[in-house]
Design a protein around this ligand. Structure first.
Ligand code: G4P
Length: 281
């Protein structure tokens, strides 16, 4: 699901978020493990003031394991509970229920002191588009959960998924808007496919990714595409086009197509596990 964000969309998303946040105790914020900072929107800190917080490094399967751990440490040092997950395959999902309890321990204690016992924790999932919110909700809720559908005649309201006797999850995630005004951030969001490719030309985007990979993951492109390797990203694109037989009119190299292949391979994890930003610890 891709969005073009206009001020109107952001205002609407913000209003929905403000409304829903009133109903919950815990914010489960998904970030992309390949760009944990660039895929966050710090506005959530403001919107979620006073709520328990949990950060999930989703798509951890696509990111470098050493850096997944470093990022989890980073967020913990900032006072969040943080866990890495792979929502697509279910990795890390089993432990989430206990992490949710842990994240809400203070609230549960407060309730207990006030004599409120067994009130379930209410949580909501938030994150930028495409970060894996729906996949995560499905993985967490599993098949066992029966949702009350929006059938005609059934009162339309907030739908809650009962995860167990202690936790209820709002079934619609909150959508945060990416902060793509910052060029560096925008570029990384485009690499992972969070911003439409048309905003940047595919070829230009591919060249930028090559620049990054040559610096942070030397040798990866050479090995994947059996190319000699070059400092010049456009030279690399030419070589990838040659190696993958990307041709226009039968003979000219199609570097746009090569860039598309490169971006697809990166997004699909076929260049290996790659993280595009490192935490400053
Ligand atoms: P959203 O609700 O936040 O917009 O995201 P959504 O769940 O639709 O997920 C966006 C894409 O990310 C989906 O891929 C989904 O399968 C993938 N995804 C979600 N979590 C993970 C994860 O932990 N690891 C990996 N590798 N991928 C994940 P898609 O291409 O749109 O669909 P599909 O090809 O997977 O069916």
């Amino acid at each position: 699901m891709h969005f073009q964000w206009y001020p109107g969309h952001m205002t609407k998303a913000r209003r929905m978020m403000q409304e829903n946040i009133k109903l919950i105790d815990l914010i489960i914020e998904l970030v992309d493990a390949r760009i944990p900072l660039s895929s966050r929107n710090p506005d959530i800190d403001d919107l979620g003031r006073g709520k328990a917080r949990l950060i999930l490094l989703n798509k951890a399967d696509l990111a470098e394991e050493r850096l997944n751990d470093a990022w989890a440490e980073y967020f913990k040092s900032k006072g969040y509970l943080a866990v890495k997950v792979n929502s697509k395959k279910g990795g890390g999902i089993k432990s989430i229920q206990s992490v949710i309890q842990e994240a809400c321990r203070e609230k549960t204690e407060r309730d207990r002191r006030r004599g409120i016992l067994n009130r379930p924790v209410r949580a909501m999932v938030v994150g930028i588009p495409n970060v894996g919110k729906s996949t995560f909700i499905n993985a967490l809720a599993g098949k066992a959960c029966a949702k009350t559908g929006n059938k005609p005649g059934v009162t339309k309201g907030k739908q809650w998924i009962r995860l167990n006797k202690n936790v209820e999850l709002l079934d619609t995630p909150g959508i945060l808007w990416p902060k793509f005004e910052d060029q560096e951030v925008g570029l990384k969001l485009a690499f992972i496919g969070s911003i439409k490719d048309e905003i940047l030309q595919t070829e230009e985007l591919g060249a930028e990714l090559i620049r990054y990979l040559n610096r942070a993951y030397p040798g990866v492109l050479e090995e994947k595409y059996t190319i000699p390797g070059s400092e010049d990203p456009y030279c690399c694109l030419n070589d990838i086009a040659k190696s993958r037989h990307c041709l226009v009119r039968g003979s000219e190299l199609d570097t746009g197509k090569a860039a598309g292949i490169l971006l697809d391979d990166f997004r699909g994890g076929r260049l290996g596990r790659i993280t595009l930003e490192e935490p400053e610890l």
